[in-house]
Design a protein around this ligand. Structure first.
Ligand code: MOS
Length: 712
């Protein structure tokens, strides 16, 4: 589908070989002489006070160097008075308090000379507590919901509130999403090494080396340059590594206490309590339309949970404000504090939750109107952003609907549910739309052209898996015409020129623009040097460097978006189509075909772009059918905190996935015309599955995941 003329040279992943051969090094694989190992001791109660920590037996155990807790926490410069760890002030500090706010909250860290000895000694640490009543049940605590601090996030009104109640055709429905846990392959942690009293190097798992550097520096009141963060390879993040967690601060404090490097890798079950999750959410949607299918009102109310000690908010209802043409829209969003670890962004943060509700409701309305769901969406299509009253920088959704419909075989869909069969299985087709902000932030990059014919690029960007380096190399190749094999892009080092964290689908747009600008500046510099030294302006850079007796020429630049960012609404769009087969006897849902269409500007790196969309579909399938973090409210503990019980999709669950791109450059966003796709790959997907299940069975499932018991 892509226009090959836009691309000079497609390429494999530049780090693919290193990754599949094991040469790529992840934070936990670094070995510093004298490294010791940290293991966290979790609280066994959910709320209350620590009355004592008996660590004597642990301290006597073989190889143990220290048991660090709030009782003996060493004074680390700055930490005592530091208000926060780079995040809101009420964030829980580690080893700072005797208060327990959630089950599994670390009360101590054991440091030993081997990991195994630390694991054993941690079992010997006994906490005693004064227990208090706790709240972990979202539904039971809905009445305690509070508005987020940001009023724009709390509520929105365009036209008349609840206008849907006056419409000829109305639907009103509630949708529930369980807590979901990021489950990247790589466990979270850090390797912390104090080089001297006030200088530290860490190997971290992070989506932002500069963000981690900033948090560590502000927590311990160190100059930025005294904190070196390395994170070249990251084994998946999905949002969980977008902040520095108390557990990382714990390792840094412990390293100070034992005066040796400390490596901390948390366990899979600790991943469920210490490194965030997608919050539980309850949503109500009301839609009103006239008999011809024109929307006249959208009401979208959402509630999500947060922790008692820190507020986490996300944009759950924003899609309802701008996606469809409705004169009247009102939204509210509230958070419910619970005794759980604080949530964090998870792929398609906010929007993935909201899109499940809105895009399910759109399907319910289409059904009420007896309209085809695509025709209904096209009827309510907007050429202009109705929230901000300004044009979209680019939007090719009508084309995208057509492309996807054709690929999935939409014409085989019967608008009447429960009528399409394949043997004993009911067959259904569903679709939904996804959208996410497409931004271009500020980033810097350095480019060095060398007389050996190579180009080295550096930026403190991150790559949690999408293939950042591959995209950057292709951008440089397009500007300079140098073969991709001669270009290297280095990232994941906080001493490189500043780049933002990898999140919100913005890396290719933001860092890519810096790379593009740097390469253009290098090109101009070479041309100028060429003419000055009597060569033609188009002379090869190697010849220009040789003529000038220079080993290399270098440019470092900062780059950011301009006025166009305010003139246009910039979004990436996706459409997901699925075919499902439902067994009416067992309630089993099999997704039998997937077509995901991306409308995200020009595709810079076809292979990695396709990969992103495939990964999003797999994550979306998990959200739709299997993923649910289950809490036992008697104890305030998650009961399925492992890969056996928390079901992420496996190969057998995944059918053929076809990825299609509109691949039209966005004229305004950045020099590449490319928009992000990390989030849109997943956003909306779960609604497409729920809509297909309805089409197959006539049963509307409004609570994820769609497990067999809900079908029967
Ligand atoms: Mo993404 S949730 O911005 O890593």
């Amino acid at each position: 589908m892509r226009d090959k003329s836009l691309l000079k040279e497609d390429t494999d992943r530049v780090d693919g070989f290193d990754k599949v051969t094991g040469r790529a090094k992840y934070f936990a694989e670094y070995q510093i002489p004298g490294t010791t190992y940290g293991v966290l001791v979790p609280s066994t109660i959910t709320k209350g006070k620590i009355t004592g920590i008996d660590s004597k037996a642990a301290e006597r155990a073989p190889g143990v160097l220290a048991v660090v807790s709030h009782l003996n926490r060493p004074v680390v410069a700055g930490y005592e008075t530091g208000k926060d760890q780079g995040v809101p002030n009420n964030m829980m500090k580690i080893f700072y308090t005797d208060q327990i706010s959630f089950n599994g909250q670390p009360i101590a860290m054991v440091v030993a000379d081997t990991y195994e000895r630390a694991v054993y000694a941690a079992t010997l640490v006994k906490g005693t507590y004064a227990k208090e009543a706790f709240e972990t049940d979202f539904e039971k605590n809905l009445s305690k919901a509070k508005a987020p601090k940001n009023p724009a996030q709390a509520s929105y009104l365009r036209g008349t509130a609840d206008a849907y109640k006056n419409a000829a055709v109305q639907i009103e429905a509630s949708y529930t999403l369980p807590t979901e846990t990021h489950n990247p392959m790589e466990l979270h942690g850090i390797l912390a090494n104090w080089e001297s009293a006030d200088k530290i190097t860490v190997y971290a798992k992070t989506q932002g080396v500069k963000a981690t550097q900033g948090t560590i520096a502000s927590t311990f009141k160190l100059p930025l340059t005294n904190v070196q963060v390395n994170s070249e390879f990251v084994g998946g993040g999905f949002g969980m590594a977008l902040r520095t967690w108390p557990l990382e601060i714990a390792a840094i404090i412990a390293a100070k206490q034992v005066n040796k490097p400390v490596k901390l890798v948390i366990t899979r079950d600790q991943m469920f309590t210490l490194a965030g999750h997608r919050p539980y959410a309850f949503q109500k949607v009301g839609l009103g339309a006239d008999k011809d299918g024109q929307l006249t009102g959208i009401t979208h109310e959402a509630w999500g949970h947060t922790a008692t000690y820190e507020d986490f908010t996300e944009n759950v209802v924003s899609m309802s404000k701008f996606m469809y043409n409705s004169a009247n829209v009102n939204t509210t969003y509230k958070i419910v504090p619970l005794n759980v670890g604080v949530p964090i962004w998870m792929r398609g943060p906010g929007e993935a939750t909201g899109a499940f509700a809105l895009e399910s409701a759109m399907d319910e309305m289409a059904h009420s109107l007896d309209m085809d769901p695509i025709a209904f969406r096209v009827k309510n299509y907007t050429e202009e952003d109705p929230e901000k009253s300004r044009p979209y920088s680019s939007k090719n959704l009508k084309e995208a609907y057509k492309m996807g419909a054709e690929k999935i075989g939409w014409s085989k869909r019967n608008n009447k549910p429960g009528t399409n069969k394949d043997g004993n299985w009911l067959v259904g087709y569903g679709m939904s739309t996804g959208v996410f902000n497409a931004s271009r932030g500020r980033a810097s990059a350095k480019g060095i052209l060398k007389s050996d014919g190579t180009l080295l690029l550096q930026s403190a960007a991150s790559d949690i898996g999408p293939g950042t380096g591959t995209g950057m190399v292709q951008i440089a190749h397009e500007v300079l015409g140098i073969p991709v094999s001669k270009i290297t892009f280095e990232l994941g080092d906080s001493s490189f020129p500043t780049a933002p964290s990898q999140g919100g689908s913005a890396t290719l747009s933001t860092v890519g623009s810096a790379v593009s600008d740097v390469c253009n500046a290098l090109k101009a510099k070479i041309a100028e040097m060429a003419t000055q030294s009597g060569l033609s302006a188009s002379a090869k850079f190697v010849d220009v460097l040789k003529k000038n007796n220079l080993p290399s020429v270098e440019v470092t630049m900062e780059s950011k978006g301009g006025e166009e960012q305010k003139k246009y609404s910039m979004y990436s769009f996706s459409i997901h189509f699925v075919q499902v087969k439902v067994n009416p006897l067992t309630g089993v849902v099999k997704v039998s075909k997937i077509v995901s269409v991306g409308d995200s500007g020009r595709i810079v790196s076809p292979k990695t772009a396709r990969s992103q969309m495939v990964g999003g579909a797999v994550g979306g399938l998990g959200m739709a059918l299997t993923e649910e973090t289950v809490m036992d409210h008697r104890f305030g503990r998650y009961v399925n905190n492992n890969f056996a019980d928390y079901h992420v999709p496996v190969h057998a669950d995944i059918p053929e996935i076809e990825v299609v791109f509109v691949n039209k450059p966005d004229p305004y966003i950045n020099p590449m015309g490319a928009k992000g796709m990390g989030e849109i790959a997943l956003i909306g997907f779960s609604a497409a599955v729920a809509n297909a299940v309805f089409n197959a069975t006539g049963k509307r499932i409004r609570t994820l995941p769609i497990t067999p018991d809900k079908i029967l």
